[in-house]
Every structure is written in structure tokens, then in C-alpha cells.
Design a binder for this molecule. Structure first.
Ligand SMILES: [Zn+2]
Length: 318
């Protein structure tokens, strides 16, 4: 099953690589100097929780929905607790919850919805949208990496209604199916109940996708399962850089880039999550991808460098 998933993910990337029409791209990817391909410029704004960049015909705005802090106590893997502590010594243990607004192909999309305003944790996403004059009705689609609370609670307003009243909600079929199933009740009842409220609020406006689907020209869904049963990454192909919006493929940047075998208690299938994490890190290096992580310190967008066979370093976009 794991190998099947892995080879499937490989096939998607292989397909994307093979379907690249430009001969220069092939040539470029064979050259080591591709590493020095120009990076998009990350632009700061007046609001410290909002940064923007543009690439491949899309404009991206990263919102810091909420700040956070790595809790090493919930991590397991190959290291002892002492080794884990030593591994992050001197590093910032800040993390973040990053939400992405995408403008392109005549559409306004959100990737994940953050915490929103209806819970004890207050997310900044609604205020950041409002501050830019973007009404909730203007969001055409909300795409979900997965359905954990920090990514979907913001789909509901404080009255429990759809916070984005005109948006189509798009989510991987295995993800939605799982959270609406009896298995989810046994595994995480409150998360299942949240998923049911979301499904009800967006009834008639939910579209599921399969891994490999093209959602828009220039936006392809890829399999990144492990963290949850339908965890999804969104791939924006392009030359010389492509962007992979990889959701919760890792959580503790200070630990898991260098030690990708380490996993938090909320990786639902830790074995698969580790396989997916390593696959994405390896691919990010080999294809010089720009990667965004939902929990990498804000804005969580950058490139990945290989340190050795099983260890990586994240270089945030300057
Ligand atoms: Zn998350």
C-alpha cells in the first residue's frame, strides 16, 4: 500500500515532468546551475501577517492565520527525547499557520481556511481579507489540504454558517469520505463532527477531486497522504520554478527538515507520513521546487537543500 502510494505520487510528478512542452525546461533540469534560477520576490506589506509573491501567472498572498510554537513532547521517530532537544538547540521553535490566497485564471482561491472567528483560537484570515477589501462573497473556491480543525474551522462563521457563502469547497475524496465515516468517529470524534458541520454548511457546493486532477490550467492536485487519509498538496507547474503548496507535510521546521523521520502525534499514519515527507523533500531538491508549508514559520515559502542522504535544510524565500 505504501509503495503503491509512493509510486503513484511518483507517476504524477513524472507525468508533469513529461508533459512539460518546453524543450529548454528539460535542458535546464539537467544542468546543476538550475539551482541559481531566479526566485520570485517575496514582498512585505504594511501588515506583518501578510506577504505576497507572483509566479507562473498567479499572484499569491500568504496570510499568517495564527502563530504557534513547536511542542517537542508530541514527537516520536528515530531520536531519543534528549537527541531531539539537542537537534533543535539554538533554533527557533516558532511555527505558524499559513493560509494562501491565490489569484489567477480569473479566480480567487483560498488554500485552507485557518481557524476563523468561531472558536477560542482566533484566526487572522477573515480580517486580512477584509483589510484588503476582499469580501467573503468574492472567494470563488476554497481548496483544502485536509480537514483538521486548524484548516477548516474558518470555513464556518460564528453562527456556524458558511463563512464563504459563494465558494465551491474542493477536497480530496478520500479525505472527505474518511471524516464523514464511522472510522473517524472512533479516531477523532470532535474532528468528525466539525467535518459534518462543514459538509452541511457547504451542501451542494462541495466538489471532491482525485489525485492527479487539474483544477485549473496551471494547478494540479498531488497525493501527499499520511498526515491524514486524503492529505493533498497543490502543484503549480512552471519554468524555471514550480510551486508545491504542501500543507502539513511537516510541522516542526526546526526538527523535521534535518530529521524527516521524526513525526508528531497528529500524523494519522506516521509510516506513510514519513514516506511522503521524504518524497516531497527529495523532489523539492531534485526539481528546485519552491515549497510552501502550512506550519513552517511565516511565510513558510522557500527552497530545500540536501545536507546528506536523509537530511535537508529549508531556505526561506528572502
Ligand atoms: Zn495543520
Amino acid at each position: 500500500m505504501n509503495m503503491k502510494r509512493l509510486s503513484w505520487l511518483g507517476l504524477v510528478f513524472l507525468f508533469l515532468a513529461c508533459s512539460e512542452p518546453s524543450p529548454e525546461k528539460k535542458e535546464m533540469s539537467a544542468k546543476p546551475e538550475k539551482e541559481s534560477s531566479p526566485l520570485p520576490k517575496m514582498i512585505s506589506t504594511q501588515d506583518s501577517a501578510l506577504k505576497t509573491f507572483s509566479m507562473n501567472g498567479f499572484d499569491f498572498q500568504v496570510f499568517q492565520d495564527s502563530p504557534g510554537h513547536v511542542n517537542l513532547d508530541i514527537y516520536k521517530g528515530l531520536l531519543t527525547p534528549e537527541e531531539r532537544l539537542a537537534a533543535v538547540a539554538g533554533d527557533s521553535l516558532l511555527q505558524s499557520l499559513n493560509v494562501l490566497l491565490v489569484r489567477g485564471q480569473g479566480k480567487l482561491l483560498l488554500i485552507d481556511a485557518g481557524w476563523g472567528t468561531g472558536t477560542a483560537v482566533k484566526g487572522n484570515t477573515p480580517a486580512l481579507l477584509r483589510a484588503q477589501g476582499i469580501l467573503p462573497e468574492a472567494i470563488d473556491e476554497v481548496l483544502l489540504t485536509h480537514m483538521h480543525g486548524d484548516h477548516v474551522t474558518g470555513l464556518l462563521d460564528s453562527a456556524g454558517k458558511a463563512a464563504y457563502p459563494k465558494a465551491v469547497l474542493r477536497v480530496a475524496k478520500p479525505e472527505l469520505d474518511f471524516w464523514l465515516s464511522e472510522a473517524a468517529a472512533k479516531r477523532a470524534l470532535s474532528n468528525k463532527e466539525l467535518a459534518e458541520r462543514v459538509a452541511k454548511a457547504y451542501e451542494g457546493r462541495i466538489q471532491t477531486f482525485a489525485f492527479g486532477d487539474t483544477l485549473l490550467p496551471g494547478l494540479v492536485v498531488t497525493d501527499a497522504v499520511g498526515h491524514t487519509p486524503g492529505h493533498t498538496a497543490f502543484f503549480f507547474p512552471g519554468s524555471p520554478r514550480a510551486l508545491l503548496v504542501a500543507g502539513d507535510f511537516l510541522h516542526a521546521a526546526a526538527l523535521q527538515f534535518a530529521y524527516p523521520d521524526e513525526y508528531p502525534s497528529y500524523d494519522m499514519d506516521p509510516v506513510q507520513a514519513v514516506i511522503t515527507r521524504k518524497f516531497i523533500l527529495n523532489r523539492a531538491v531534485n526539481d528546485s521546487l519552491l515549497v510552501m508549508g502550512a506550519h513552517i514559520p511565516f511565510p513558510g515559502v522557500g527552497t530545500v537543500e540536501r545536507v546528506n542522504a536523509n537530511s535537508y535544510r529549508f531556505n526561506p524565500l528572502p
